[in-house]
Design a protein around this ligand. Structure first.
Ligand code: AMP
Ligand code: ZN
Length: 114
């Protein structure tokens, strides 16, 4: 996907602050953080949103999910806790059409949403 912002970050065409990478996934700092730690964890393969997942993505999505606590540990928020958010579609406010987990930590969110 030539025009996809996050695909371009994967290809290093756009700079980012990478905190974790392996064959299947990339994790980098959000450019407009909403918490002291705000990371974006993405599959390297282009998938626009949760609505676009297919059977062929099962392995990468399992890998992506399993990477969350590894990244949290590396960033020092595993024990204090963190919030994982996935936006999907217009009403969610999804801005970048490449599936991503927001991983937010370093402060308390209480039990509120929104
Ligand atoms: P969403 O609204 O769920 O699509 O989230 C997109 C996120 O991408 C937002 O939190 C943005 O701050 C973040 N973002 C946009 N451009 C960049 C970029 N070049 N590098 C890192 N994060 C970005
Ligand atoms: Zn993409």
């Amino acid at each position: 996907m030539d025009n996809c912002l996050f695909c371009r970050i994967v290809k290093r065409e756009i700079p980012s602050k990478i905190v974790y990478e392996d064959d299947l996934v990339l994790c980098f700092q959000d450019i407009a953080p909403k918490a002291p730690v705000h990371l974006l964890l993405i599959p390297k393969v282009h998938v626009a949103s949760l609505n676009d997942l297919k059977d062929e993505h099962k392995d990468v999505m399992a890998h992506l999910t399993m990477a969350i606590p590894q990244v949290a540990e590396k960033m020092g928020i595993k024990e204090s806790g963190y919030r994982v958010v996935v936006n999907c579609g217009k009403d969610s406010g999804q801005e970048v059409a490449h599936l991503h987990y927001h991983i937010l930590g370093g402060r308390s969110f209480g039990n509120t949403f929104g």
